[in-house]
Write a protein that binds this ligand. Structure first.
Ligand code: ATP
Ligand code: MN
Length: 457
């Protein structure tokens, strides 16, 4: 179907005075005595196209004016009556698909919660249209950032037999019939597809390290799966994970990279999605644009875990979970630190080793590891990061202390035998990043079909 994107019709000066054909969905209809107006959206641009219909010259099928109907319009591109954009003087309006009045996306604003119940239709609203345009632009910018900095994009397996200890509960992958009866767990898995217990990967990190030991700089960008049993606004069972892994990099190096990348992504969104960011700034998070501009141009804070604990202990707020050195930070602490104390993104560094994963580099104090989480206002953690333990003996000792099955990690340990180097990496939750730049408060509203406990619609 030959037609022009509404984006081009609105923005390209050379189309002024030309005849074009556009296709789209009717978003509003207004009728006055001599003319009527259709606003059309085709998803290529945030602003919609106003189509002006001269009622004397053109008899338009009433079905073409119904909210949600899809139409094809041919007409002349003219300067808009208001503003400096373009509009279309219709010569021909053809109905493509009619839309009955029980169309659930009506003109008046509905709640995000209501829209969650119609994931197949909610993308046609302004809010979701803008969210997913930003999401796409941000994803492109991720690849561009790494490509420009000579990182290689690798694809790690999604089905795995190792569970990247500590990252979360794994979903099982099986072909066994539901009524299989076996004497033991081992026998059960022996009869399964892979002959061992398998699951969906919670992280590509361990395989990412393998690649970093050959290419120096790699990244992954794909889904991770976690059977999170908690119902929070920032956890999904299936989320998109960006995991760079960098050889010859220590903790301060990887912190610099993480900060540089986040700023690059924010700048890309500000530059490429100005209409969307203005919309979010007005209707979703007041001050969002100023926040992003500030974050893109100022330093992130760095705060040692031990200092953070004393900040919490001196704070004159009552936390639901009291803090002591050694405890894991709850969302309330993360938010206090980044929203109240620093009022900007903050890297919390050097966590107690007991609350972090086996692979993190042990600090000389014997108590902490070279790990950092990046916390941002409004969400809390968006990046989990660490220097990896490159010393064979220390890594082995940490695994034994956690009663891990050493034989399952032979390849991972091999990396510490054959030319081991200091290296570091991080995991950025892409969906959480999209929340941060759009101001959307629930992770369910930045993914197409969110998967969470009891929800796979
Ligand atoms: P949290 O404490 O918030 O559960 P985590 O410590 O489990 O996070 P990591 O294992 O470090 O997170 O994963 C790296 C990043 O992946 C996180 O900082 C976050 O942005 C993202 N992430 C982790 N789990 C989820 C999830 N269930 N849904 C969406 N994003 C997630
Ligand atoms: Mn988690």
């Amino acid at each position: 179907m030959k037609h022009t994107d509404i984006f081009d019709v609105l923005k390209k000066p050379e189309l002024l005075g030309q005849e074009v054909t556009v296709c789209g969905w009717v978003r509003t209809f207004r009728d006055s005595s001599a003319v009527c107006f259709l606003e059309l959206a085709d998803g290529t641009s945030f602003p919609r196209l106003q189509v002006v219909i001269d009622k004397k010259a053109l008899d338009v099928d009433a079905e073409c004016t119904k909210l949600g109907a899809s139409v094809k319009v041919t007409g002349e591109v003219v300067k808009a009556f208001k503003g400096d954009g373009h509009e279309l003087n219709a010569k021909e309006v053809t109905l493509l698909g009619k839309c009955p009045p029980d169309y659930p996306i009506q003109k008046k604003r509905t709640t995000l919660e209501f829209l969650r119940g119609i994931p197949h239709l909610r993308l046609r609203t302004n809010t979701f249209n803008a969210v997913f345009r930003v999401r796409s632009v941000a994803a492109q910018a991720v690849h561009r950032y790494f490509h420009e900095h000579r990182y290689y994009y690798i694809q790690t397996p999604l089905i795995t037999a190792s569970d990247c200890e500590g990252a979360g509960e794994m979903f099982r992958v099986t072909t066994q019939p539901y009524n299989a009866k076996y004497e033991s767990e081992a026998e059960y898995y022996k009869n399964d597809f892979f002959g061992v217990k398998a699951g969906l990967s919670v992280s590509g990190q361990l395989e990412g390290e393998v690649a970093a030991m050959a290419f120096s700089k790699i990244y992954t960008f794909g889904p991770s799966f976690r059977a999170e049993n908690s119902n929070t606004t920032r956890h999904l069972a299936e989320f998109w994970h960006i995991e760079p892994e960098v050889a010859f990099a220590e903790l301060p190096d990887i912190i610099e990279i993480a900060e540089d990348m986040i700023k690059y992504l924010i700048r890309a969104v500000l530059e490429e999605c100005p209409d969307e960011i203005n919309f979010f700034d007005s209707f979703v998070e007041k001050g969002l644009k100023a926040k992003l501009e500030h974050v893109a141009t100022s330093d992130f804070a760095i705060c040692d875990y031990t200092d953070a604990i004393s900040i919490f202990q001196k704070a004159d707020v009552k936390f639901q979970y009291p803090v002591d050195w050694g405890c894991d930070l709850q969302t309330e602490h993360e938010k206090y630190l980044t929203e109240v104390v620093f009022k900007r993104p903050v890297f919390v560094t050097n966590y107690p080793k007991e609350i972090k994963s086996f692979y993190m580099k042990q600090n000389p104090d014997g108590k902490t590891v070279a790990a950092t989480d990046l916390l941002v206002p409004g969400i809390g953690e968006i990046i989990g990061c660490s220097e990896r333990e490159a010393d064979y003996d220390k890594l082995l000792a940490a695994m034994k202390a956690r009663n891990m099955d050493i034989s399952a990690y032979k390849q991972y340990l091999d990396l510490r035998i054959f030319g081991s180097v200091p290296h570091s990496g991080f995991g950025l939750g892409f969906d959480r990043f999209v929340m941060y730049v759009t101001g959307m408060e629930n992770i369910r509203d930045v993914v197409l079909f969110p998967r969470t406990v009891n929800n796979i619609m």
